[in-house]
Design a protein around this ligand. Structure first.
Ligand SMILES: *Cc1c(COP(=O)(O)O)cnc(C)c1O
Length: 636
């Protein structure tokens, strides 16, 4: 495709959206201009995402659609385990690695089942952070020798359940998060006559970085202080239970973008571990928590949406530092446990949604004001005509000043509504022209930085930010977003993406960029009679369960795709919520609602205000809507 005399290619799109940075080895762009997925990069088998979406739509699965790739989950688990295996071999580490998946990251049954199945080779376990998650872990982890780590606040029943489960053929470790939990443990031990396997979560002085920096430190929400840990050891010793304490745990937060705080935390924790061993505790496990980051923007930096280390470096640092501390203290090396959630789950799902409308600021050329027009309008027109690359800043000042003057004159009655409208339109003409000139400048004056955002289009999209990507709203997280087709065409429009909710926060106006972030995304011109699909990538961690029902937009349709020898199969379809489903969440009874509407219609028919046909249309729509998807659909 040739535009502006230069040839645009799919590869230029790949560069523009930085897909090589955040997408490899799973996502790339074809020469035909579509995104393709390699769910299992070791098999050189690609799925064309655009075609997949079309096929799924043809089978009756409406957008927005969450597509989960089981092979990616499998590959992520494999990569993490292999990274630790390599580090163990390289350092001749005298211990093993056992990872666990923190259930809170994504509790969906099909995913948890995938994790257990694909983790079997490595005896990959599960981590529960609450009582419901413990119930999931106990039911899902049926492996002999399987590992379950029990974190989170615990009541007596939680602890009793976990202790009894220790008598299954697996390792269930109850990690004390607060010293008070020890009393429950003693009571449960006596009542059940079971010697518990315990761990302790330590507060560290080493801090994480970024949003979760306060997950560690003395005043953190979780964990025992050094004083409390010593108290714990003494109280266990008094009951002759030092052999029960087998694991030390810490977690300094999620998405730790720099390797330095990770190293510091491991060093500190490894020393606590060896001290506990020297104090006579049985030990055997050191659990380094989560925090392994994802490169959402592909920049390989310590920016919060990125990370400045590789998975292999992470594993090597963990193993090397634990080994060094143990060798120095002459303590046997522990089984290293890690609880990576984001790093296992983020890549596997993609949200695909459709653009359904556009709000553009395109004004084109203004008409010359008549001779008798107001002075202000004639001045603005002159400003417009005079705009060039050399005087953008000066023209900007003139135009803004004139707009403000127009507002004042109107306020005091010296300008008619029609004249004010004309002035404002001329102001936007100026903005558009200035913006066009600014694009070609190397150095853009600071006061014009926001112009691009102001002049950008708004693309209305059929999805809810609050349901499908709540972290964009809650913690300003960045996800890679790009069109999944037309990538062989140059995107000529810059846009912000608005969702369906009637909340002004339901807008995406921060996107990944080479440095930090940008306020607008390059997109293609919207053609109303052609679908335009966007993909939001790397959103398999945390988003689904944090998502909420703002404006009563419910769960989206979801599919699980698995590679087969011939191609791929859709293993599971999880239908999204219907309107009746979300109404029931808020305690409505759809049948009662139908009846209430029917009665009113009946009265209207009785009194001749409504015809039978009109009533039938209303009732059909009402009842059909209850059964339908909460998002926009094209049903006839
Ligand atoms: C949330 C959490 C994790 C997962 O962290 P990621 O950064 O997603 O890997 C691990 N352990 C504990 C205790 C957590 O609370």
């Amino acid at each position: 495709m040739i535009e502006n005399g230069e040839v645009w290619t799919s590869q230029k799109s790949a560069q523009l959206y930085q897909i090589q940075g955040w997408g490899l080895p799973y996502f790339s762009v074809t020469d035909e201009g579509t995104v393709q997925v390699a769910p299992d990069p070791t098999r050189e088998r690609n799925i064309n995402l655009y075609e997949l979406v079309q096929h799924l739509e043809a089978r009756g699965l409406d957008l927005p659609l969450l597509i989960r790739f089981s092979d990616i989950v499998e590959h992520r688990i494999k990569r993490i385990n292999e990274a630790f295996e390599r580090a163990i071999v390289e350092y001749e580490y005298q211990g093993i690695y056992r990872g666990v998946f923190p259930v809170k990251v994504n509790q969906q049954r099909h995913l948890i089942e995938d994790v257990v199945e694909y983790g079997r080779r490595w005896q990959f376990g599960l981590e529960a952070g609450s009582k419901p998650e413990l119930l999931i872990a106990l039911a899902a982890m049926q492996e002999v020798g399987g590992l379950i780590i029990c974190n989170g606040y615990k009541d007596l029943h939680y602890i009793e359940t976990a202790l009894v489960a220790q008598k299954f053929d697996k390792t269930v470790i109850v990690v004390l998060e607060r010293i008070e939990e020890l009393d429950h443990v003693f009571r449960a031990t006596e009542k059940l006559g079971i010697r518990p396997v315990l761990g302790v979560r330590s507060k560290l002085s080493a801090k994480g970085v970024g949003r979760w920096a306060n997950s560690a430190g003395d005043r953190a929400k979780f964990g025992l202080t050094m004083t409390e840990i010593v108290e714990l050891v003494d109280r266990l010793a008094a009951k002759d239970m030092l052999d029960c304490l087998q694991l030390l745990h810490f977690h300094i937060g999620s998405q730790i973008s720099s390797i330095i705080p990770i190293k510091n935390a491991i060093q500190e924790a490894a020393n606590i571990y060896t001290e506990l061993a020297k104090m006579g505790c049985k030990m055997g496990f050191l659990d380094v928590g989560g925090g392994l980051a994802i490169d959402y923007d592909g920049s390989k930096t310590d920016f919060h949406a990125s990370k400045n280390y590789t998975l292999d470096e992470y594993a090597a640092d963990v193993i090397a530092h634990v080994q060094a501390a143990c060798n120095k203290a002459n303590v046997p090396c522990p089984t290293v446990v890690s609880e990576s959630g984001r790093a296992v789950a983020a890549h596997h799902s993609i949200l695909v949604f459709e653009v359904v409308g556009v709000n553009e600021v395109r004004f084109g050329d203004p008409v010359e004001p008549k001779a008798e027009a107001h002075r202000l309008i004639k001045d603005l027109y002159e400003t417009y005509k005079g705009i060039s690359a050399k005087n953008v800043q000066e023209s900007w000042h003139d135009a803004t000043q004139a707009k403000e003057e127009a507002q004042n004159l109107f306020k005091y009655g010296y300008l008619s509504l029609r004249e004010r409208a004309q002035a404002e339109r001329l102001f936007w003409n100026c903005c558009e022209k200035i913006q066009g000139r600014v694009k070609r400048l190397k150095f853009v004056p600071e006061e014009l930085w926001d112009l691009e955002r102001t002049m950008s289009s708004i693309y209305y999209c059929n999805f809810s930010l609050f349901q499908s990507a709540p972290d964009i709203w809650a913690i300003d997280q960045l996800f890679p977003i790009m069109p999944i087709h037309r990538l062989d065409e140059q995107p000529q429009v810059t846009a912000r993406l608005a969702d369906l909710t009637c909340d002004s926060d339901g807008m995406i106006d921060r996107f990944i960029d080479v440095e930090e972030d940008k306020q607008v995304l390059e997109v293609h011109d919207y053609r109303p009679d052609e679908p335009y699909f966007m993909g939001m990538f790397l959103n398999g961690a945390y988003q689904e369960i944090l998502g909420d029902l703002h404006n009563l937009f419910g769960d989206t349709n979801a599919v699980h795709v698995r590679l087969t020898d011939e191609g791929y199969e859709v293993r599971h379809v999880v239908k999204g919520d219907s309107i009746a489903d979300v109404l029931r969440y808020v305690e409505y009874q759809p049948e009662v609602m139908v009846e209430a509407v029917r009665k009113q219609a009946e009265r209207a028919v009785q009194s001749g205000r409504l015809t039978n046909e009109q009533m039938r249309t209303l009732m059909q729509h009402y009842e059909q809507a209850l059964r339908s998807y909460t998002y926009l659909t094209d049903s006839e």
